[in-house]
Design a protein around this ligand. Structure first.
Ligand code: SF4
Length: 350
């Protein structure tokens, strides 16, 4: 490892202009890997890696958490991925609601939630669809399967978000980013061409990176090397192709259509989310249960997750970091999620 770091540092020095450079790692898994390998510490002073909005739990807006909690209060079985249950809403969390007797179940896969619904026809099961293009195909599959098998007690509360418009919002909002470490898992589905607009419109390059220390270091070197003539490139070629996974993209397209979405910290971004197509509307929990999201997005007491997700501050610049807010007693989602920046900084001591 030391040898890899040494040779990487030589190449970084070779392509380093010495000017301040901000590179955003978009994906939560990259944030974790960067912290785990201590990669921030080996970069020259002028090169800053900042964390972005790529943790699905973290970008789920406060009003959406509250809407899910209110759904749990109506006797509905909430089926969700694990991290979401600890995220505090304004007055409670799904974990607290479960302790009070509400039916909140954690599943590792949406297909398990559908299976549970099929085996328990007397229960109304709502799967909370959070996440990016990585998880969206498996949720689409459950909706198609429920439709085919005529399973009537399963639906999805669709809070899915897609990456390109959020990246554009960050760039437009003057975040000063000069390069992106682009997400490996999302890009395995979408391909890399969805990021071409970053170069064409904004002259900002990016590299789709793998998750090992050497993947990330090579990707940083590629970004630095192309700083004058930015490009979108793939470092993670063992998994990602330019065109992505065409079958998975077809499945997403069949079940979902583009929609606006509200992101924690970034607010409403046009076309950055998905909604369930009319053909499958009986599986759309928002329609089925007339879910009204509270209109205002309220942040929890002093939590600055929004600023962390936009790369405006580092987690340790939040006054609550490591004091009132720790993984055992998290105040915001960036400390709850296993992919959250605050959790990564806390765990690895940055
Ligand atoms: Fe929010 Fe806690 Fe992170 Fe501060 S340290 S931004 S309170 S999650």
């Amino acid at each position: 490892m030391q040898d890899i770091i040494k040779s990487a540092r030589k190449l970084i020095d070779k392509y380093n202009s010495g000017e301040p450079i901000k590179i955003m790692e978009v994906c939560g898994s990259h944030t974790m890997a960067i912290s785990r390998y201590g990669l921030r510490q080996i970069l020259p002073e002028n090169i800053k890696l900042i964390s972005g909005p790529g943790c699905p739990v973290c970008v789920t807006a406060q009003n959406e958490i509250d809407a899910v909690i209110s759904l749990a209060g109506q006797g509905i079985t909430i089926a969700t991925f694990g991290d979401l249950i600890r995220v505090p809403g304004n007055n409670s969390s799904l974990q607290e609601e479960r302790a009070k007797g509400k039916d909140v179940k954690v599943f590792y896969s949406p297909l398990d939630a559908l299976e549970y619904a099929e085996a328990n026809p007397s229960k109304e099961v709502v799967f909370i669809g959070i996440g990016f293009e990585t998880t969206i195909p498996s949720v689409a599959l459950t909706i198609k399967e429920a439709y085919t098998k005529k399973i009537k007690n399963y639906s999805v509360y669709c809070l899915h978000k897609t990456m390109p418009k959020a990246l554009e919002a960050l760039v437009i909002n003057g975040s000063d980013i000069q390069g992106f470490l682009l997400p490996g898992h999302v890009s395995a589905i979408t391909g890399s061409t969805i990021y071409n607009f970053l170069v064409d419109k904004y002259k900002i390059g990016g590299v789709v990176s793998g998750f090992e220390a050497q993947d990330i270091l090579i990707s940083i070197i590629m970004i630095l090397k192309n700083m004058e003539n930015p490009k979108i490139e793939i470092q993670y070629k063992r998994v990602v192709r330019e065109e992505g996974n065409t079958d998975a993209k077809k499945l997403i397209e069949e079940v979902f259509e583009d929609s606006d979405a509200t992101w924690r910290g970034l607010g409403m971004i046009e076309g950055s989310g998905l909604k369930i197509r009319d053909l499958y509307s009986e599986y759309d929990a928002e329609k089925k249960f007339h879910i009204q999201k509270p209109s205002e997005q309220i942040e929890i007491n002093g939590c600055r997750c929004g600023d962390v997700l936009m790369g405006i501050i580092s987690p340790h610049q939040c006054p609550l970091f490591g004091k009132a807010c720790t993984p055992v007693n998290p105040i915001g989602p960036c400390m709850v999620s296993s992919e959250g920046s605050c959790a990564a900084y806390y765990k690895y001591g940055e």
